[in-house]
Design a binder for this molecule. Structure first.
Ligand code: CDP
Length: 208
């Protein structure tokens, strides 16, 4: 069974994907990490983020070991990932990677921006997780503070709004809900309530 989870920055899709994967015994891929790793590889090698050829080469050469680097979770890397993720050659290289992951015998849970629309259009379950920008900024603020990063709420909110706009307006695989996705607004839900709502969607799909 493949479960595709998409949604904007800090919508809670990662937490939810992890919990669903554990519950159903499926491997989980946070696809945002792939884009963050490409951005980090590029920056570490001294290339600017707008060098599209170098970004494409970094995506083609991406190896799984890079996904464990704690720097990938930094705020600046989310921003950098959003910039290189608009490059079609980067997306093409990472598409194969993600489809290999999803194509294993048991299935998988993948979370990102274009899983239900492009990476796994035939996924058994598609969820689109969203929440009000202010609530997402509060969650991201807490998460970054727990890791010792200091950024003000206003800066994070501006970041999130800019990233939503860039991700939704790019020409290749923009952020949008698949026509057959179930949209779950988690503004008023805590992590347990979001998990229960998502689990109900999966159970319905299994019986269908
Ligand atoms: O955790 P957060 O939502 O802040 O970010 P992320 O999921 O790690 O994604 C970082 C950036 O990578 C996003 O802003 C997208 O531009 C890009 N991305 C994408 O284009 N396609 C995906 N499947 C996943 C991430």
């Amino acid at each position: 069974m493949v479960i595709a989870i998409d949604g904007p920055a800090a919508s809670g899709k990662g937490t939810l994907a992890k919990r669903l994967a554990a519950h159903y015994g499926l491997p989980h891929l946070d696809t945002g990490l792939l884009y963050r790793a490409v951005a980090l590889t590029l920056l570490d090698a001294g290339f600017p983020l707008d060098d599209e050829r170098a970004a494409a080469r970094a995506a083609e050469a991406l190896i799984a070991d890079r996904l464990a680097d704690p720097r990938l979770r930094e705020r600046a890397m989310g921003e950098a990932a959003s910039r290189i993720s608009a490059v079609p050659a980067v997306r093409a290289a990472l598409l194969a990677w993600q489809q290999r992951f999803a194509g294993n015998a048991v299935g998988a849970v993948l979370d990102g921006r274009d899983i239900g629309t492009v990476v796994c259009p035939d996924a058994r379950v598609k969820l689109f997780i969203t929440a009000a920008p202010e609530e997402r900024a509060r969650r991201r603020h807490r998460e970054l503070a727990d890791r010792g990063e200091t950024a003000t709420f206003d800066v994070i909110l501006a970041d999130i709004k800019a990233r939503d706009a860039r991700d939704a307006s790019r020409a290749t695989a923009p952020l949008k809900a698949a026509a057959d996705a179930v949209v779950l607004d988690t503004t008023e839900l805590d992590a347990d309530e979001a998990f229960e709502a998502a689990r109900a969607v999966v159970e319905r799909a299994i019986l269908h």
